[in-house]
Ligand binder design. Structure first.
Ligand code: AMP
Length: 420
């Protein structure tokens, strides 16, 4: 089996890896580290939980194991949570090295960051917005950057950071190494790769869009008004160690949190309206298991790396299929297994179909006793009456919904559920 010592890392780096409990490289590390060490540009198709942070952090620490005058490596990440996790990973792997790492993200005063930058930094981790603030104020010097990493590049674009990413990448020394990591590679990412990477080597641990097979995925069919009751039942039945629940809106996250608390669950909501220190406080309590249920919006949960999340629950089906992959990737981190449950009603059928197309598998449907979905007809009829695009190529939406019910409940469903 491949061991880390094949890479020729220094004893100080090896010592930190042993202390972190890493024995063998993960597949993305096995593929990407040798390329990164020989200076190649790398396009890494990997979702979170695959060990991608170490795949770029270890070669960077190997190369910059001495301190210099200017920052030599820059890692751009979409959110402050991810940026601070990357900083923590660098700190852990580099604990026996003199290399200095600093994360720059918004929501905290610039002053402290400027003071740290003045003292000298070797590796910068930053969100694009905050880094641009520093660039515009001339408080950061990027002229010594030799390695650029774009982490979770697809999320950075989703969050509207493309102009900042392009401005920063364009301002860096041309003679540098660039590594781009992304769970999915849509055409906007291909265009970044063509513009900023030089003959990149592509490494892939999973076909883009597929989900890790250590996740037990299920869809629970439920009428919309019964979702909260079903959720409480699932939490009681499954007794998850730590659960991350996704809602579509901030308000929805707050409301659901209140309901869960009133039922005795230790729950907190996390979304963009909370102050940075409050968010960090909540993440800490979740990490230390004082909170068992975290209810979050997509943006708030991006990049969250908490290895003990056993269950991810999609209280609302994500509107975009790719968000599904990102959400459920929060469980089954590293070698652990996880459960991903999606609560869905007939109106979510089209969204479910596109998720299944993306992950390339059908997700098993479940119904719990007492949540007999057949009794819920109002929205099905109204949706059917509206018509529109269907699940199948030639099917109307009504046919798609009925076919769904038929698959679920047998022919009787079609007979009784036919729209007027
Ligand atoms: P990442 O995909 O970088 O967010 O990493 C996911 C998790 O895997 C983190 O908790 C890492 O600490 C852990 N990890 C990364 N590489 C290894 C390894 N080679 N052996 C064991 N755990 C690892």
């Amino acid at each position: 089996m491949l061991q880390f010592d094949r890479f020729g890392f220094s004893p100080n780096l090896m010592k930190a890896l042993a202390e972190a409990g890493y024995k063998t490289p993960t597949p993305i590390q096995a593929q990407a580290i040798p390329l990164a060490l020989q200076g190649d540009d790398v396009l890494g198709c990997a979702q979170t939980g695959t060990g991608k942070t170490a795949a770029f952090a270890l070669p960077i620490l190997h190369r910059f194991s001495e301190t210099g005058r200017k920052p030599r490596a820059l890692i751009l990440a979409p959110t402050r949570e991810l940026a601070s996790q990357i900083e923590a990973s660098f700190a852990a792997y580099g604990k026996h090295l003199p290399t200095r790492v600093c994360a720059l993200y918004g929501g905290v005063p610039l002053k402290g960051q400027i003071a740290r930058l003045r003292k000298g930094i070797d590796i910068l981790v930053a969100t694009p917005g905050r880094l641009m603030d520093h660039v515009e104020r001339h408080t950061v010097d990027l002229s010594g950057i030799e390695v650029l990493v774009l982490d979770e590049a697809d999320r950075m674009l989703d969050m509207g950071f493309e102009p900042q990413v392009r401005a920063i990448a364009g301002a860096l020394p041309a003679n540098r190494q660039t590594m781009l990591f992304s769970a999915t590679v849509p055409s906007a990412i291909e265009s970044l790769v063509r513009r900023y990477l030089r003959t990149p080597k592509r490494v892939e641990v999973e076909r883009s869009g597929t989900t890790v097979d250590t996740i037990d995925q299920r869809v629970h069919l439920v009428a919309p008004e019964q979702k909260t009751t079903l959720l409480a039942r699932v939490l009681q039945d499954e007794k998850p160690t730590s659960t991350l629940i996704f809602t579509r809106t901030k308000r929805g996250a707050d409301r659901l949190t209140q309901t869960l608390r009133s039922q005795g669950f230790k729950a907190e909501a996390m979304h963009g309206d909370l102050a940075q220190n409050r968010r960090e406080q909540i993440i800490r309590s979740f990490r230390s298991r004082h909170i068992h249920v975290l209810v979050a919006t997509d943006v708030a949960a991006r990049g969250l790396d908490i290895p003990h999340i056993s269950h991810v629950i999609n209280y609302d089906v994500p509107e975009e299929a790719e968000a599904y992959v990102h959400r459920i990737g929060r469980t089954a981190r590293a070698q652990r297994t996880g459960v991903a449950i999606t609560l869905a009603s007939a109106r979510d059928q089209a969204a479910l179909a596109s998720i299944e197309r993306l992950v390339g598998q059908s997700i098993p449907r479940h119904t719990l006793p007492g949540f007999d979905y057949q009794h819920d007809t109002s929205h099905i009829t109204s949706q059917a009456a509206r018509g529109g695009r269907g699940g199948g190529r030639n099917a109307s939406r009504a046919d798609g919904v009925l076919a769904f019910l038929e698959r679920r409940y047998g022919r009787a469903a079609r007979a009784t559920r036919a729209p007027a």
